[in-house]
Design a protein around this ligand. Sequence first.
Ligand code: HEC
Length: 162
Amino acid sequence: MKTTIYISVLLLLIISSCRKGEITETDNLLYNEIINSEFTYSNFTPVIVKGLANSPRGWERLKFNNIANGALDENGRLPAGSTFPDGSIIVKEAYSDSNGVLIEYAIMKKDPTNKYAKKDWLWAEINANGTISYSVSYKGESCIHCHTKPENRDATRTFNLR
Ligand code: HEC
């Protein structure tokens, strides 16, 4: 009986580790990075604002780590035709309403050589409590159809909307 349970658990573990889109060490490292790095809020979202166009979340605030921030011009915009350097992290904080209960972080990290990268970025969503809601291992399959339209800048959307 004990052996049967042991074998079943082992099989389950093996099956679930083969599934596409499992939570990875990279997800947890990314969460640590966004909690512990220095970020600057976008000029366009000095406060919580309503998401534009078909942004999947209602209320949001955008912030850049120092590497990403260094690529922006004096108006806080990525110049057309230029790209974010490796190591750039952009976080869209999603809120329940304009008064702000943080729900989750939508994250893009420029990491072209990472095995999970798509269009040079890692794509993830992490709940406010740190649990992973959309793993990098999905390689942005739910994200890139919106994020790679010709007018987008380096797969980001906000600069041609705001
Ligand atoms: C239905 C279209 C759509 C989908 C799907 C989508 N996004 Fe976005 N995303 C947007 C729009 C529109 C904005 C700009 C919102 C604004 O500025 O108000 C945006 C902005 C962002 C930003 C801020 C940087 C930027 O591009 O402006 C991040 C980070 C982001 N999304 C991550 C993700 C991730 C991760 C996924 C997949 C899990 C995803 N998005 C899926 C439409 C989408």
